[in-house]
Design a protein around this ligand. Structure first.
Ligand code: NIG
Ligand code: FE
Length: 438
């Protein structure tokens, strides 16, 4: 299939974009792209590709931006229930960490997730994934972490793998057994830390390599919520060191509310990413910048909690760090299914240009889950995961928010149309055509 006549084709070649290199879109005007066998076979101008591939079935992208699908590298997308009442409490002044300490917050979702069967859990998650996909996310990282015991963490992991297998949205699994201190261990976080290391991680490791469906896949990431009221620095180190010994790649929630030293720990243990990074110090930023650990900013989280402090993204860029964006989609702090909204928010709160935000949500996000060799850019040989936007200029991403600009999602070469129904641009064009006909 030949996709042609794109007003702008954003290719983002050459791998992850570090420091001030961020935002290199490498735009081809009047661009075209050839899809073969789920992969990108060629990119170029419409003239070049039409001449070389005259007999190919075509897809007209006139007036549209064509770009890589969004990669959302940090979500808690699998959960049961909701926490609307807590949102109301928070807006009235209750603090997230106080609600957590009082047994609400994450642990309220843990209760619902433990009660749910795997079928219910998947049924509740599917519509969220469908909305993410319709908003242009073609690969999403998905964490466990609402089980906090071996049985339910395992159920969550199985749900993630089953949803990934069902497609079309791809899920990259992360084991976050260290998301909170479960109620049975209240007041004794060390005992739960020991359980994670002695039982849960070895069990997941053993199970993964014993299954035909996973044995040849890379191991899931292991993540820890390093935070006041969750896991302290020593416990985070213990869990991640054990995970690393077992061969798991690592991630870390660091500096969301308090700086416990998680960012440095992530760099030291060569984590794929450290995420949140609100209370991050200049020293942490220097360490991050000289590493291959991606700094993942989650601007929906302070926005969702109506807080005013965001990731010091400009400092990370100036220092030469690898910056990526994610939604953090979860029922407590940021129920956001749209990377387009994340981009719009990042332009305003992190002062990114639309081009920087786009690179942070595609190629750099792909590197945060160590898949930049396969996805995140439009280069020959890569998976054909791309978006056709109903706008002619990429800067409409960032500029506009609250409406879906995705017209079609192409996943592994298959075209999915997004039913926006009354998209204003199409509507207007239609009205104009009718007026002319009259
Ligand atoms: O990234 N920080 C920890 N986890 C989520 C919140 C999860 C929840 O409240 O359910 C976050 O913000
Ligand atoms: Fe998170």
């Amino acid at each position: 299939m030949l996709i042609h006549s794109a007003s702008q084709l954003l290719t983002l070649p050459g791998g992850p974009q570090r420091g001030t290199d961020l935002g290199r879109l490498a735009i081809i005007e009047d661009g075209a792209l050839l899809v073969r066998d789920e992969k990108i076979a060629a990119v170029g101008t419409t003239r070049e590709l039409r001449r070389a591939h005259a007999d190919e079935p075509t897809l007209d992208a006139s007036g549209c931006v064509v770009m890589p699908g969004f990669v959302d590298p940090h979500t808690h997308i699998v959960w049961a229930g909701e926490r609307a009442a807590e949102f109301e409490m928070k807006m009235a002044g209750a603090k997230y960490l106080d609600i957590l300490a009082a047994g609400g917050g994450i642990n309220s979702t843990v209760r619902k997730t433990r009660e749910a069967s795997i079928e219910t859990l998947m049924d509740e998650t599917r519509p969220r994934l469908a909305r993410m996909f319709a908003h242009g996310t073609t690969t999403v990282e998905a964490k466990t972490g609402y089980g906090l015991n071996t049985e339910t963490e395992f159920k969550m992991l199985q749900a993630i793998l089953a949803l990934d297998a069902a497609g079309p949205l791809e899920l990259a699994p992360t084991f976050l057994g260290a998301h909170a201190i479960p109620p049975e261990y209240k007041g004794n976080p060390q005992a739960y830390t020991d359980l994670l290391c002695a039982e849960m991680l070895p069990f997941i490791r053993q199970w993964w390599s014993s299954q035909p469906s996973t044995a040849n896949r890379p191991l899931p990431f292991v993540d820890v919520f390093c935070e006041t009221g969750a896991f302290d620095l020593a416990q985070s180190r213990q869990i991640l060191t054990k995970a690393k010994e077992l061969g798991f790649p690592l991630k870390l929630h660091a500096d969301e509310f308090d700086n416990l030293g998680g960012a440095l720990l992530g760099v030291e243990l060569e984590a794929g990413s450290v995420d949140h990074l609100v209370k991050t110090s200049d020293g942490d930023i220097q360490a991050l910048a000289s590493s291959d650990t991606v700094a993942v900013s989650l601007p929906c989280t302070p926005f969702g909690l109506a807080e005013s402090e965001y990731t010091p993204a400009q400092k990370i860029i100036a220092a030469g760090g690898l910056l990526a964006l994610a939604s953090d989609c979860n029922p407590g702090t940021a129920w956001c299914e749209s990377m387009q909204f994340v981009i719009a928010l990042a332009c305003r709160s992190l002062k990114l240009t639309p081009a920087q935000a786009i690179a942070a949500a595609t190629i750099n996000a792909a590197h945060a889950i160590r898949r930049a060799d396969r996805i995140g850019s439009l280069e020959p040989g890569k998976q054909a995961d791309l978006l056709i936007l109903s706008v002619p200029d990429y800067r409409h991403l960032g500029y506009r928010f609250g409406t879906n600009l995705v017209k079609q999602v192409i996943k592994r070469g298959r075209v999915y149309s997004v039913e926006t129904g009354t998209h204003p641009v199409e509507h207007l064009a239609e009205a104009e055509r009718l007026a002319e006909a009259e």
